[in-house]
Design a protein around this ligand. Structure first.
Ligand SMILES: [Zn+2]
Length: 144
């Protein structure tokens, strides 16, 4: 797939962004390994803390559709400076999409392309989990 369709989808999703508090509208579009595009936009609310980024909206939407293999993610904003995914989105993209290509765009133009691994080095993920072998069952017999 060429990048134009993916970037256009991210830009179109940006048009649905709900960002009355920050005014910072973001669109994202994920490309699956079979060429499907799933997009999302940022969605703010009055608590601000419950705001959801466009990348995670697209990711969760894709996962809920049974999509699990991704090749790239385009992110669209109107900001002068290319806008990379935030730390939370980097963590979740790494976990669910792996080392995908990240396209930073504005006005349907590609500004920068990065590998997620370059944006998120030394990622914490499931490879860090190991079964605990030293845990002992509690012995209440000594508590008299
Ligand atoms: Zn984010």
């Amino acid at each position: 797939m060429n990048h134009a369709a993916l970037i256009a989808s991210a830009e179109a999703a940006r048009g649905f962004a709900h960002a009355p508090y920050s005014g910072f509208k973001v669109g994202a579009a994920l490309e699956t390994d079979d060429g499907e595009i799933i997009s999302g936009c940022n969605i703010e609310n009055a608590t601000l803390g419950l705001t959801m980024c466009a990348e995670r909206v697209a990711l969760f939407k894709a996962i809920s559709m049974g999509k699990t293999r991704f090749v790239r993610c385009a992110i669209a904003t109107a900001a002068e400076k290319p806008t990379p995914p935030c730390g939370s989105c980097r963590q979740l993209l790494w976990e669910f999409a792996g080392d995908v290509e990240i396209l930073l765009t504005r006005d349907r133009q590609l500004l920068e392309a990065h590998r997620l691994q370059d944006l998120f080095p030394l990622a914490f993920d499931r490879t860090h989990f190991q079964p605990e072998t030293t845990a002992q069952p509690a012995n209440n017999a000594d508590c008299t």
